[in-house]
Design a protein around this ligand. Structure first.
Ligand code: PEP
Ligand code: MG
Length: 556
């Protein structure tokens, strides 16, 4: 495909003054920018993609653009104080943002995000910039970028994206997980790819071998065309395994569930081939919005999914923001080590109203199906108890308000921090279930940033230490007959699934794109062999040995 270099828009505000003679022309241009902003917002509202809640937000943005008082102040700054127009816009908006951010009422405080958004829009238009180009792609491209945020990936017109290449990111970064979910080949951590390519250049991306070929010979081009056809055929042949009941040769039944990030049709296409949803990453619901989704909106999404799955469990994880997942509209303190910082449950404890809104929507939606609530980034028994206490408070509030909700919802945890893995015996007595998040578990166990390409070789999810720790979790939960699943990327890797099934895991949750290959592997595996392999792996010394061993046992 052809390269499309993505550069995120970054306003560069020059704090300069203008000459008095320029004031009139600047005022003219400022009025033009206001008009363009209004037109852009109207087009957004008229676009069919937005729901009613989102339309209301953009309508409010139009009101801000039309606000006469703010415009008058900006004009004064340009005319009287001779500030450059971008500076004047930023100055006045910042003034209002400051006032609003101090409001006692949380709803008013949240409006600061709208002001920031409008301010960015005006400054971008002043610079002649357009909307996020990834959301308006019109033809097939290979997206090449220094970095892509999960929100960039979520905004992307995926049907036109043939592949993604970035300079940063790792196998379990959320951008990679999203790409895998959409079935888009991606190669991450390619140093200087922006410098070494240009827009429109024809390149080949071989995501199986992690290669990017930037200068293609005619022969190579032909060769890659053939490889692509073969690969697409293999994927389509693999679909024959989708309807299989997931069980091993000796009829050990393994539950196979989906990881999802929305209630969109495309995410739920394979629903009938699964035993439920093993992980709904709700933060993607928050990331695709311009403001915090309200209770009603969340309730509708959760209700839709649980209704669709009927009796099958749907595990919905509460908000997991922080790390590489940010919300444009929610300002969080800058942290040196965001993966070790105020992330997920810790952030929810700090922002209780946001947490409670989500819990209200979940408890209400639970009436319509088999909804299980799961907390991310649990580090201690204290975290579990505090989270459960908030759930109880929310139940009580709903009861007082006479709002129908379910009070016997199963509550569980993600095991992704080693401290809670080592406390699995006590954790198991405090919760109804657990799911092992191997992406973070590996990051925290091996002390390797999951996004940093320069330490990617230390991120070893097949390290014997991972299997030893997982064995302990599975044994402790097993003793108390509490279900435990695996929902990190290992849960969709057929080789890892074989070893984990050998350790006793009976439930896996994965991206839709892994479903067929995992079912295929299970249908050809004997559980005794899986157990034997797992026993061997627990005794090996290095990740390389584990990988070589598993390749020798499962050559396919
Ligand atoms: C994990 O950490 O394994 C997990 C499933 O959660 P996430 O990838 O969203 O952090
Ligand atoms: Mg995680």
């Amino acid at each position: 495909g052809r390269v499309f270099q993505y550069q995120p828009y970054q306003p560069e505000i020059r704090h300069e003054t203008i000459a008095k003679a320029q004031a009139d022309s600047c005022m003219e241009k400022y009025k033009c920018v206001l008009f363009q902003a209004e037109e852009e917002l109207k087009q957004l509202i008229e676009g069919s993609e937005l729901d009613e809640e989102e339309k209301k937000i953009f309508q409010a943005h139009i009101d801000i653009v039309q606000d006469e008082e703010m415009s008058r102040e900006i004009e004064d700054e340009i005319r009287d104080n001779l500030l450059s127009p971008q500076w004047a816009i930023q100055e006045v908006y910042e003034r209002y943002i400051q006032i609003i951010s101090k409001a006692k009422n949380a709803l008013i405080r949240e409006r600061a995000a709208d002001l920031k958004d409008v301010c960015q829009r005006l400054i971008r238009l002043w610079d002649g910039g357009h909307e996020n180009p990834l959301s308006s792609l019109a033809g097939d491209v290979i997206v090449v970028a220094q970095d892509l945020l999960p929100s960039d990936t979520a905004a992307m017109k995926t049907e036109y994206v043939k592949a993604i290449v970035t300079e940063v990111g790792g196998y379990t970064s959320h951008m990679a997980i999203l790409a895998r979910n959409y079935g888009i080949p991606a190669v991450l951590g390619v140093a200087d790819i922006m410098k070494n390519t240009e827009n429109g250049q024809k390149i080949a991306v071989d995501a199986k071998d992690g290669k990017v070929i930037t200068h293609l010979t005619v022969d190579q081009e032909k060769q890659y065309q053939v490889m692509r056809e073969e690969y697409l055929k293999k994927i389509s042949d693999m679909r024959q395994y989708l309807p299989l009941v997931p069980e091993t040769l000796d009829k050990t039944r393994i539950e196979v569930c989906l990881n999802i990030g929305s209630a969109d049709k495309s995410e739920l296409e394979l629903e009938s081939y699964t035993d439920g949803v093993g992980l709904f990453r709700t933060e993607f619901l928050y990331m695709s919005k311009k403001a915090l989704p309200e209770e009603e909106e969340q309730f509708r999404v959760y209700k839709k999914i649980v209704t669709m799955y009927g009796e099958r469990p749907v595990i919905i994880r509460t908000l997991d923001i922080g790390g590489d997942k940010k919300l444009d509209y929610l300002e969080l303190p800058r942290e040196d080590n965001p993966f070790l910082g105020l992330r997920a449950l810790r952030l929810c404890f700090e922002m209780k109203p946001i947490f409670k809104t989500q819990l209200r929507a979940l408890l209400r939606a639970a009436v319509y199906g088999n909804l299980w609530i799961m907390f991310p980034m649990v580090g201690s028994i204290g975290d579990i108890r505090f989270a459960k206490q908030i759930v109880e408070e929310v139940k009580e509030e709903l009861r007082e308000e006479n709002i129908s909700c379910r009070t016997d919802v199963k509550v569980g945890i993600m095991i992704e921090i080693p401290s809670i893995a080592l406390m699995a015996d006590i954790a198991a007595s405090e919760v109804d279930f657990a799911s092992i998040g191997t992406n973070d578990l590996c990051q925290y166990l091996m002390a390797v940033d999951r996004l940093n390409p320069s330490v990617a070789k230390y991120y070893q999810s097949f390290h014997p230490a991972m299997f030893r720790l997982i064995r302990q979790i599975v044994e402790e939960f097993g003793k108390q007959k509490k279900p435990v699943s695996v929902c990190g990327e290992m849960g969709g890797n057929p080789q890892a699934v074989a070893l984990l099934a050998g350790l006793g895991v009976r439930k896996f949750s994965m991206n839709a794109s892994s479903l067929a290959s995992v079912k295929k592997m299970l249908s050809q595996m004997d559980i005794c062999k899986a157990e034997r392999m797992a026993r061997t792996v627990l005794e090996l010394s290095t990740a390389v040995q584990v990988e070589e061993y598993i390749k020798s046992e499962l050559p396919d």
